[in-house]
Design a protein around this ligand. Structure first.
Ligand code: VGL
Ligand code: ZN
Length: 203
């Protein structure tokens, strides 16, 4: 059985938000449309405490975009975003949520970032998403949301390594593009790892 995973469609990743993904709002009607094709839908939510180690303000003398070592894992520093309970952490107001089975929150441990909806960046923390899908007979996943070059990419890569037949819905994602080529590179990386790239109209 197939499942749709909607990654981090939250106000802070939408134009006007703290970590805005350009044109991020344009995927919302597409994601709403896709949901009609699925009986099994889950979402992920970036959900950081204010003292999270990925925020540049929490490191004296560091700025956004700098790299640090965060407990042995290389970490790029971000603006403050998706703080638990804030407006920025909320889902986009026009995103349909009526069919969602469960929301998996991630990035709650201040000592490690978590891009993937499955595991922390050090692969120790587990959100429970993989076992939840497997317990429900899911063998095939379709991933969409924000951002293509971070949380969507790592969710796709972990989905493959967890043994799911994994699809990326290309027209239902947008990239941060810290470097202009990051979007293309991440598509390439997902494709070579075994992801199937589809458009929403093909599902
Ligand atoms: C994300 C950077 C930091 C994402 C989350 O959802 O892609 N990117 N936190
Ligand atoms: Zn984050």
């Amino acid at each position: 059985m197939k499942a749709l995973i909607i990654v981090d469609v939250q106000n802070d990743f939408i134009p006007g938000g703290a970590l805005a993904v350009s044109e991020g709002d344009q995927i919302v009607p597409i994601v709403n449309q896709i949901q009609y094709q699925f009986d099994f839908i889950v979402a992920t939510q970036d959900w950081h405490p204010a003292d999270h180690g990925s925020f540049a303000v929490n490191h004296r003398g560091k700025k956004i975009g700098d790299f640090i070592d965060l407990n042995g894992v290389q970490q790029i520093l971000w603006p403050v975003h998706c703080v638990q309970g804030s407006f920025g952490a909320d889902f986009h107001s026009e995103l349909s949520r009526g069919k969602w089975r469960k929301v998996f929150q991630k990035g709650t441990n201040p000592m490690v970032d978590s891009y993937s909806g499955f595991f922390d960046n050090n692969r120790r923390g587990d959100t429970g998403l993989s076992s939840y899908l497997k317990e429900n007979g899911i063998t095939e996943i379709f991933v969409c949301g924000l951002a293509a070059d971070y949380c969507v990419k790592f969710t796709v890569l972990d989905g493959i390594s967890e043994g799911f037949k994994t699809h990326l819905i290309v027209d239902a994602t947008k990239a941060v593009n810290l470097q202009p080529e990051d979007y293309e590179k991440s598509l390439q990386e997902m494709r070579s790892a075994g992801a199937i790239l589809v458009n929403s109209g093909d599902i």
